[in-house]
Every structure is written in structure tokens, then in C-alpha cells.
Design a protein around this ligand. Structure first.
Ligand code: KE4
Length: 433
């Protein structure tokens, strides 16, 4: 494929935007290629500025669960825009949106809209610290909760991809208030509570880890976190920025039937526009200004365009739960096809899949249940695979430590094409290795 325009435009971008991108993982650094610049997208397809077409499994990192440029969402944004794009004042739409999220997410009794997942998680831990009067938080190695200082400790996603899980600029004082434990290691969490009695405000966890590649909670892990936090009067925060409305209309908390005290959300709830949200127990949420003393604010929070797009997306998902079954069926078909290709080519790789999420790990660990396991993956082999897939019109996450997303717009024909492209790529890799 020719990608000269992307190369030229990326060149131009780099002298104006740090690294040429507005979010690091987009720079394709870990796959050693210049990134493709996108012109437009529709359904399961994305098109670069050189006119190349790809089947898209990045799905803008999760929001495009209904496919790109979904008609109902585009129409809702157009209609809202004609009435004005932002008022900085309350609107009925925000109440409707809050009600819809409360109806869909079992543990959310009250919700506050913000503008990104990062804003949601950083606000949720401030609220947890205020509610408990404690300072420390626990996060898990390889979990990514956005780029607020408290989370850039052993962080996943772009931080792991670029090998900077602990970012410069985060002060020692801030870092000292974030404790980490290996994902799926309840014993390590218990030890932290023993070592820091009455000092831990909350545990924040990705109920299904999707930022070190897809790593599933082991049986009993989430239930254990729920018990440990309750026993120690700490809060449990589910970071459902990826899993919310993705694993089902009620996210991971419905899927695993566990009620966290607070939930953070993002991505899907904006229908592709900038939206984050956090919510949970009323007695905690009512501490937020102006109802209570905990301050948090945002000029564009609850923005009418974002509410229209997000409400439309969530309404479709709520009214058509069969979408989750068909997406999972397509994801299982893809995972089974890739497993067959791994078997026939003998390449050292394995697939983790849950619902419409999956990751192909180039990793020969018996099971991948932690950051340490995931970090053993062969990122060079992943980069070579990514390149072959891209050449065959398959647009994957440019990092081993991310997920592939199947959307409602992917067709069986897309899946079949992807399995064929995967087979071709694995055959090439296995001959080279
Ligand atoms: P944002 O601030 O990027 O909207 O959300 C941060 C965030 C919080 N929690 C979880 C579980 C997340 O996955 C994210 C963001 N996800 C990454 C992709 N894995 C965003 C992509 C990027 O950084 O460009």
C-alpha cells in the first residue's frame, strides 16, 4: 500500500505537535512505522488520506461500538448543533442522560458528566479520599486509568507501550500515595491493607484489564476486592471506561454481578465525542460540589452535542441487547479462526477474548494473568504482525498492550477476511522465525 501522503503530513505534524500526535499511542512508535493519517470512516471501515481502506479493530479505542459515522448518531449531533453547541448552563438532556446511565449501570445511583476518562478517574479518587478521609489508593500493575499523576505508576496502555509506566513529572509525594499490586493477586492487596491500616481510601481496578492487552480477572479476584474493601472501610472503584456498555448494557458490574462503590465511564458514552462520567452510591456522590464540599468542575461537561451523541448510542444499546450477542459471536468466530491459524503455523502466540474484546499475544506463557506475564510478549513479533496486517487492509492497535474491538458494524465477511489476512501474516512470520 502507498502511504506517501500520510508520511508527508506526519512529517509536517511533528514540527507543530509533540511527536506529531495528540495522544502518544497513535504515533505507531512501538510498531516502528510512520502512522497513517485518517481521512474518514464508515461502519467497520476506516480510510487513510492516501485512499487506502482498512477493516478497523481500533474502533477509536472503544467508542465506535456501533461502527463509525452511525447514521442515528450523526443525525443527533447535527440536530443538536443547529440549536447551539454549548451553553454552560443546565439542560434537560443532561438529566435524561444521567437517568439512562443510572438505568443501565446497576451500581450507579447518581452520575456526574465530565469530558474524558482521565477526568472521571481523577475525580473519583478525589471523592473517595474526601469520603473516607484517607490519602492512599491502590491500583494494579498494567492497569491504565488515564494520565492523572496518581495513576502514572506502573501504568498500562500507551505508558506501557512506550516503556514509561512511571512518568517523569509525577512528584515523589504523589507517587508515595499510590500503592500497586499485581493484577489478580489478592494476597498482595491484603498485605497492603495490613501495612497501611486505615490509610487506604480506595482500590481502583479495571474489572477486565484491557490496557496490558486483554487480561481477565481470575475467578474470585473481583469478589475478593469487594470483600477486602468492605472489611477495611475502603471504597471499590471499577474503572469501566472500556468495559462500561461494552461487556453488556450494564458493563462488568452487571456481567460479574459485583457492585463497586464508584464507577468511572467514558468512550462509548460519548458516541465518539469527548465524554467521561463517574457515578455510584448517592451518599458518596452527594459530597460533590455544589451539593457537598468536594470540588470538581468543567466548562464543557454535559455538552449538548456530546449528550446527544452519547444518549443516542446508549439508547440503541439499551433497546437492542441482541447487539452484544452478535458482537460476541463474531469475536468468537475471529478468535477461533486465529487459534486455528496459530495451530497450523506453529507460531508462539495465544488469544484472549471476552465479549467483543480480544488480544493476540505473541507470548508462550501458560496463562497471561498479570502485567509480568503480558510484559513477556514479543513486541518485535507483534510489530511485524501489525505491519503485515496493515498491508492486508487490517487496522489493529499499534501496540501489543492494547485490545482489538469488534463492533456491531463488523460483518461475517469482515471476520472471514481478517482470519485470512491473519493466516497470511502468521505464515510469513513463522517462516521468518
Ligand atoms: P481518556 O482520558 O483517554 O478518555 O480515558 C483514560 C482511560 C481510563 N481508563 C481506562 C480503562 C482506559 O482504557 C482509558 C483510556 N484508554 C486508552 C486506550 N487503551 C486511550 C487511548 C489513548 O491513550 O490514546
Amino acid at each position: 500500500m502507498i502511504r506517501n501522503k500520510s508520511i508527508q503530513e506526519f512529517e509536517r505534524a511533528q514540527s507543530r505537535i509533540p511527536g506529531g500526535v495528540n495522544s502518544p499511542v497513535r504515533a505507531f512508535k512501538s510498531v516502528g512505522l510512520p502512522p497513517v493519517l485518517i481521512d474518514h470512516a464508515k461502519g467497520s471501515r476506516i480510510y487513510d488520506i492516501d485512499g487506502n481502506e482498512y477493516i478497523d479493530y481500533v474502533s477509536t479505542w472503544g467508542p465506535a461500538i456501533l461502527g463509525h459515522a452511525r447514521e442515528e448518531i450523526v443525525e443527533a449531533i447535527k440536530k443538536a448543533a443547529e440549536k447551539g453547541t454549548s451553553f454552560g448552563a443546565p439542560t434537560v438532556m443532561e438529566t435524561e442522560m444521567a437517568q439512562l446511565i443510572i438505568d443501565m449501570m446497576p451500581a450507579v445511583d447518581m452520575v456526574r458528566m465530565v469530558n474524558s476518562g482521565t477526568e472521571a478517574t481523577m475525580s473519583a479518587i478525589r471523592l473517595a479520599r474526601a469520603f473516607t478521609g484517607r490519602d492512599m489508593i491502590i491500583k494494579f500493575e498494567g492497569n491504565y486509568h488515564g494520565h492523572a499523576d496518581s495513576f502514572l505508576i506502573q501504568a498500562g496502555s500507551g505508558a506501557m507501550t512506550l516503556g514509561v509506566p512511571n512518568s517523569p513529572g509525577v512528584t515523589k509525594a504523589t507517587a508515595s500515595e499510590t500503592l500497586t499490586a499485581p493484577y489478580n493477586d489478592l494476597k498482595a492487596v491484603e498485605t497492603l491493607f495490613e501495612n497501611y491500616p486505615n490509610q487506604i481510601a480506595a482500590i481502583i481496578v479495571e474489572p477486565v484489564a484491557a490496557n496490558m492487552g486483554l487480561v481477565l480477572p481470575q475467578p474470585g479476584f473481583l469478589e475478593g476486592l469487594r470483600k477486602i474493601t468492605a472489611d477495611h472501610n475502603a471504597l471499590l472503584i471499577f474503572d469501566e471506561v472500556i468495559t462500561g456498555f461494552r461487556l453488556g448494557a450494564g458493563g462488568a458490574q452487571e456481567y460479574y454481578n459485583i457492585n463497586p462503590d464508584l464507577t468511572t465511564m467514558g468512550k462509548i458514552i460519548g458516541g465518539g465525542l469527548p465524554v467521561g462520567a463517574y457515578g455510584g452510591r448517592k451518599d458518596i456522590m452527594e459530597m460533590l460540589a455544589p451539593a457537598g464540599p468536594v470540588y470538581q468542575a468543567g466548562t464543557l461537561s454535559g455538552n449538548p452535542l456530546a449528550m446527544a451523541a452519547g444518549f443516542t448510542a446508549l439508547k440503541i444499546l439499551k433497546d437492542h441487547p441482541e447487539i452484544y450477542r452478535t458482537m460476541a459471536e463474531k469475536a468468537i468466530m475471529l478468535a477461533d479462526g486465529i487459534r486455528e491459524n496459530i495451530r497450523s503455523t506453529g507460531i508462539s502466540a495465544q488469544i484472549t477474548q471476552l465479549g467483543s474484546l480480544m488480544t493476540l499475544f505473541f507470548n508462550d506463557s501458560k496463562e497471561i494473568t498479570s502485567f509480568a506475564d503480558a510484559a513477556k510478549s514479543d513486541t518485535k513479533l507483534y510489530a511485524a504482525y501489525f505491519k503485515e496486517a496493515l498491508e492486508n487492509g487490517i487496522y489493529l492497535a499499534p501496540s501489543q498492550f492494547e485490545c482489538a474491538f469488534v463492533s456491531d458494524a463488523h460483518t461475517t465477511e469482515d471476520i472471514e477476511r481478517t482470519i485470512a489476512a491473519n493466516k497470511k501474516a502468521l505464515e510469513i512470520l513463522s517462516t521468518k522465525n
